[in-house]
Write a protein that binds this ligand. Structure first.
Ligand SMILES: [Fe+2]
Length: 321
């Protein structure tokens, strides 16, 4: 895992850029800004630009990059919201939203799902009162089991970015990397074969994508595989014992390799969703405006691959009907 720590001088330079953007644009997800975001991002600190480029193009790391120490005005961002919606998610902590979109532009394009807060490109991750015991990013009282983000979906994110706005109780994010696990050759071979059924999240069911065909867990290069896995919502094809055992083994290996990352206010972590799994430890929510608050962006390297489910070429929302 690489950690780049921002200096005071770099923060001051960023502040000038963010002030200018906030004067010129109303929201960080508006189309006018997103069309120009890469040009503005050239003004990000050079160290930040280089680290993001290396993260994207060099896969000799474990798939996690932390940019640490962005200045965040705790009073300025306001209380941790008590609800989620496209308007709240994209409009809250506006300054930080602009920063997040500048950063992610160096890795790919932000996209949203119509079934997740109406396609919001920035999602607030915070505890919601009715979700305390749910396996959701808005849950709290139970562990969020580790997983590939939207493992079941062909258009899932290539990368995720999580910006920490508040984490007073130091609730850890759980991370595991395919690079850190060992698999026997025979196990690996089985996992490369289409012998697994991924359970599609009910919210995502779509007539074009009735995902009932078996798929592989590993894909890409056999010597440095990519992975899609969500043990709580998948299984080997019924009756396929060798495949079931291989899934058990990779799950066990990931369990052994997991580590905790406590995000601090002003951290932005990039996760390679093809090489890294993530989850979260349980925590008691307070619902008093000071709970853990992250902002998440789903990032794709290739917006075109989802064109069949986007209503317009310039839309960044994948429509699930
Ligand atoms: Fe997730």
């Amino acid at each position: 895992m690489y950690i780049i720590e921002l200096s005071q001088q770099e923060n001051e330079k960023l502040d000038v850029l963010l002030r200018m953007l906030m004067g010129k644009y109303s929201l960080p997800c508006e189309e006018r800004f997103l069309l120009r975001v890469r040009a503005y991002a050239a003004q990000l600190p050079t160290r930040v630009l280089l680290s993001l480029s290396e993260f994207k193009y060099c896969e000799n790391h474990n798939g996690t990059l932390v940019l640490r120490g962005f200045h965040i005005d705790d009073a300025g961002i306001g209380q941790t919201p008590a609800a989620t919606s496209k308007e709240i998610d994209e409009g809250s902590a506006r300054r930080e939203g602009f920063l997040l979109m500048l950063l992610i532009s160096q890795v790919g394009d932000a996209f949203g799902w119509s079934c997740q807060r109406d396609g919001a490109l920035i999602n607030n991750i915070l505890p919601l009162r009715s979700h305390e015991k749910e396996q959701l990013s808005t849950g709290s009282m139970i562990d969020l089991d580790w997983h590939t983000e939207e493992a079941f979906h062909p258009f899932r994110a290539d990368y995720l970015a999580l910006m920490c706005l508040r984490n007073i109780e130091q609730i850890p994010t759980i991370i595991g990397s395919i690079q850190d696990i060992h698999l026997e050759q025979e196990t690996k071979k089985l996992l490369f074969e289409p012998r697994y059924l991924f359970q599609m999240d009910k919210n995502f069911e779509n007539e074009h994508l009735k995902s009932t065909l078996p798929q592989s867990v590993l894909f890409g290069d056999a010597s440095a595989p990519y992975v899609k896995i969500d043990p709580s919502f998948m299984q080997a094809v019924p009756g396929d014992e060798p495949a079931r055992e291989a899934l058990r083994q990779i799950t066990q290996e990931f369990n052994k390799s997991l580590y905790e990352l406590v995000l601090r206010q002003g951290d932005v972590v990039f996760l390679d969703n093809y090489r890294v799994v993530h989850g979260r430890k349980a925590f008691p929510p307070r619902f008093d405006g000071t709970d853990r608050w992250l902002k998440r962006v789903n990032i794709t390297s290739d917006l075109r691959k989802s064109r069949v489910l986007r209503q317009h070429h310039s839309s960044r929302m994948i429509v699930i009907t």
